[in-house]
Structure formats: structure tokens, C-alpha cells
Design a protein around this ligand. Structure first.
Ligand code: IPT
Length: 268
């Protein structure tokens, strides 16, 4: 038995940890995993990846590529009888999916900083072509508004640590001085920490930083990163269980997984 896994670029930490978790759980269940990786997200590349997995006669598909609802539905149609489970889509998608709760993750970050007394909070989003990046961004803005706050600055990165470094460096060069930065993933937070350090700003005494993901390395950043944990091991287990249920033609509902705040040493 074989699971097909269509994934966004594995040079990013979160997708590679998701693949590792799926591969481990599938192994326990005596399923093989064949992987098709796309270089850049997009509908055409996603369709090609899915076609190549279908031609290898997989029993079911997991798709961890950021997709708009219409794109996911088109891919689902293309799969025909083969069940497909989506991991990077809107929680309201009308197709099988398991996603981490982006609104909860955004709110946890804002509430943590506001609870510490921060009011000048800058936002560093992921690429706005990604549905999850947009949902985290919207969640931050809604939660700030609920506290009568607006973002002190808005920056857009591409998930890479280098983009985080460049965006925060530019912010500081422009003379902006936020008391805190909410960052949409830990890799960009790593770059943000480097920019702050190069500017002579101390974390967390001058600037607080909150990441998002809690990837394997985040506890070893300098200082250890406070972040929103998406439990990738749990996602791997739940998504394989869920796909196997779909393969057995059992009735099963989409799931929204909770996220948690992991408080380390980048916030005060
Ligand atoms: C999402 C990660 O949070 C982000 O860091 C980045 O790696 C992105 O994936 C790549 O697409 S996790 C996803 C399941 C929403």
C-alpha cells in the first residue's frame, strides 16, 4: 500500500518536518510513501505533482501545498476515486483537510505581547500568495483591533530566514523602533534576530520577538525563541490515520488542530 505525498519545497523547515512525521507514521502502518515535491507553489506545478503520484497508483494522497479553495477542489476532482487530504488550505474548504488553527495561533501571539504591555507591535508576514500566511496576518490584525491597536509596521517576507533578516534590517534603517515583532514563522524570526543583533538592539529587553512553527532548531536560537507551536508530529499521525480512514471509505470530518504558545526567552 502506498501514500502519495505532494509537498511544497522541502528546503523549508516546516514542510520537511511534516514529511518526516508522515513518513514515520506511514511506516508504522505498513504504508510506503512516495513524494512529489514542487519547487514553487502554484496550481500548474501542483497538478503535475499530483498527476505523477496518481500515475504511480497511490492508494491516497496527502497534499501539503498552499492552495486556494478553487485550486484544491480542482485537484480533488482530478484525483477521482483516490482520496486526497489537504494540509495547507482554508479551514472552511469543502474538501477533506486537516489544518492547524491560524486564527488561534495569531491570537496567542498578540495576546501574549499585549499581556506583557506591548503596544507598538510590528508584523512580519509570510508570502501573501500563501493562504496560511494570509490567515495568520488577518488573525493578527483582527486581534490587534480587538485591543484598539493597529500594526506599528507591516513587512512581507517569503518564509526564508534571509527575507526576515532583510525586512527587519530595512525597518530599522528606516528609523522604526517597534517594541515587539510578530513573525509568521521561525525561519524569518531567525533572520529578524540577526538584524536586531547587528543593530545593537537586545532581545527581549529592547525588542520582543514571537515566531511561529516551533521547528526543531527554535529552542537553540540566541536567545531561545518564544513561538507558536504547530505540533508537526501530531499532524503526521493524525493525517495518516485520517487518510487511511478515507481509503477504507469511512465517514470522517475535516479537523482543525489547536496550536500552543511556547514561552522561551525572546519576549518580555
Ligand atoms: C507553513 C509554515 O508555518 C511556514 O513556516 C512555511 O514553512 C510554510 O508552511 C511553507 O508553505 S505550515 C503549513 C502546513 C501551513
Amino acid at each position: 500500500h502506498t501514500i502519495g505525498l505532494a509537498t511544497t519545497n522541502l528546503s523549508l523547515h516546516a514542510p520537511s518536518q511534516i514529511v518526516a512525521a508522515i513518513k514515520s507514521k506511514a511506516g508504522e502502518m505498513q504504508f510506503n510513501v512516495v513524494i512529489s515535491m514542487i519547487e514553487q507553489p502554484g496550481l500548474e506545478a501542483s497538478k503535475a505533482a499530483v498527476n505523477s503520484l496518481l500515475s504511480q497508483r497511490v492508494d491516497g494522497l496527502i497534499v501539503n501545498i498552499p492552495l486556494e479553495d478553487a485550486e484544491a477542489l480542482e485537484i480533488q476532482r482530478r484525483c477521482g476515486e483516490v482520496p486526497a487530504l489537504f494540509l495547507d488550505v482554508s479551514p472552511s474548504l469543502a474538501a477533506d483537510h486537516i489544518v492547524f488553527d491560524p486564527t488561534m495561533g495569531a491570537a496567542l501571539g498578540v495576546e501574549h505581547l499585549v499581556g506583557l504591555g506591548h503596544q507598538k507591535i510590528a508584523l512580519l508576514t509570510g508570502p501573501l500568495s500563501s493562504i496560511s500566511a494570509r490567515l495568520r496576518f488577518e488573525g493578527w490584525q483582527q486581534c490587534l483591533a480587538a485591543h484598539q491597536l493597529t500594526a506599528a509596521a507591516i513587512m512581507h517576507g517569503d518564509w526564508s530566514s534571509l527575507s526576515g533578516y532583510q525586512q527587519v534590517l530595512q525597518l530599522l534603517r528606516d528609523g522604526e523602533n517597534p517594541g515587539a515583532i510578530l513573525v509568521a514563522n521561525d525561519q524569518m524570526a531567525l533572520g529578524a534576530l540577526r538584524a536586531l543583533s547587528e543593530f545593537g538592539l537586545a532581545v527581549p529587553t529592547d525588542v520582543s520577538v514571537v515566531g511561529y512553527d516551533d521547528t526543531e532548531d527554535s529552542a537553540c536560537f540566541i536567545p531561545p525563541l518564544t513561538t507558536i507551536k504547530q505540533d508537526f508530529k501530531a499532524l503526521g499521525q493524525v493525517s495518516v490515520d485520517h487518510l487511511l480512514a478515507l481509503i477504507r471509505e469511512e465517514e470522517i470530518e475535516p479537523e482543525i488542530l489547536p496550536v500552543t504558545l511556547v514561552e522561551r526567552q525572546t519576549t518580555a
